[in-house]
Design a protein around this ligand. Sequence first.
Ligand SMILES: *Cc1c(COP(=O)(O)O)cnc(C)c1O
Length: 433
Amino acid sequence: MTDQRRRIPRTDAVLADPRLAELTPVFGRSRVKAAVTAAQRRARDGEIDPELVAETALASLSDAGPRRVINATGVVVHTNLGRAPLSGPALEAVRVAAGSTDVELDLVTGRRGRRGRGALAALAQAVPAAEAVHVVNNNAAALVLAATALAYGKEIVISRGELVEIGAGFRLPELLESTGARLREVGTTNRTTVADYGAAIGPATGFVLKVHPSNYRVEGFAGTPGVGELAGLGVPVVGDIGSGLLRPEPALPAEPDAATWLEQGADLVTASGDKLLGGPQCGLLLGRTGLVERLRTHPLARALRVDKLTLAALEATLTHAANPTRAALLADLPTLRRRADELLLLLHADGVKADVVDTVAAVGGGGAPGVELPSVAVTVPLALAGPLRTGTPAVVGRAAADRYLLDLRAVAPDDDGDLAAAVAAAWEAAACA
Ligand SMILES: *Cc1c(COP(=O)(O)O)cnc(C)c1O
């Protein structure tokens, strides 16, 4: 402990950190000094490493509001980093919708219009196989609405191999049961047959639920019927595809999409808007008119409805093919290599010890388990991880042995310059510490 205390840098030394010195004219000396004192106290209490006093003070000063983060993790859809970054057109739509907007007014007739009709029309147009569509707060909300409206006091028939935990303690079975529906589990962890479903179906059945195992794989002696085989059972088939692909994506051949599952006979498909679709957080519901209308007009629908900003961002995402998530997914290796080499030149010019390595990136966000996206990273010393995280903009990479990898797949090419500057600043900060 005493040794730890001796390592706490003196106030003068911390204030001389160029990043803090830069902020002194912005926040005033007394506020910067107070932030340093608070950080030293945390180091004394053993809450933080003494080496992180400057970073902690810096972070507390720039803590107002969400902070910009460059996603150099190599995980394209990163839930902790807010999943899909919005496209330029989506941002512009949000900016316009943030004021008074025609979300529920038809400006031609002057009458009340259907809420979010532009976004709903764009979604319907993107998936012609859907007779009707609806949008709620997220995919979990879409499932809650389906379970409540179609299976309250009834049974949802689901394979034991599809009782999924999505992440952070969010378990689909518990979510479904919280609505007052009962789960009728069929088959086993590794194998479920159409006959298993058939034997469980009766007057108490609300629907059959097919869940895409989006964050794990069962290999070996394993199998579950496809949507097409379940469609003939005489009860509604609801499919949770998770990822939000609306059409087949050649880069992700094993990932299900809404159009294909509907064409194969699903009556209702649910999906997230902020995973592979690359849009805002929302839950998409696509399927038969009768079912979608039952959900849309259920009293609970009002509690799950999306705000005008989400509708604006969703419509723009659906009407513009390009967005950062798609770009990251489809980025080709030669381009990633060229960007890494250019970054390396910039970093070496600043005296930063850095290298370039081939890596494997992931889709993430509960999408495409085991899908490996070849990628390229700039590596820097592990000691830069803390300064990078607390810098402006913040940069989050991933540790690999004694190096810190800055994977370029999920970094927007426009952010390369800022990334280089952030690394150079972190290098300087680490050298000063
Ligand atoms: C991600 C995911 C969910 C949860 O979606 P949210 O939009 O985060 O509510 C549900 N089911 C599957 C299969 C998923 O992959």
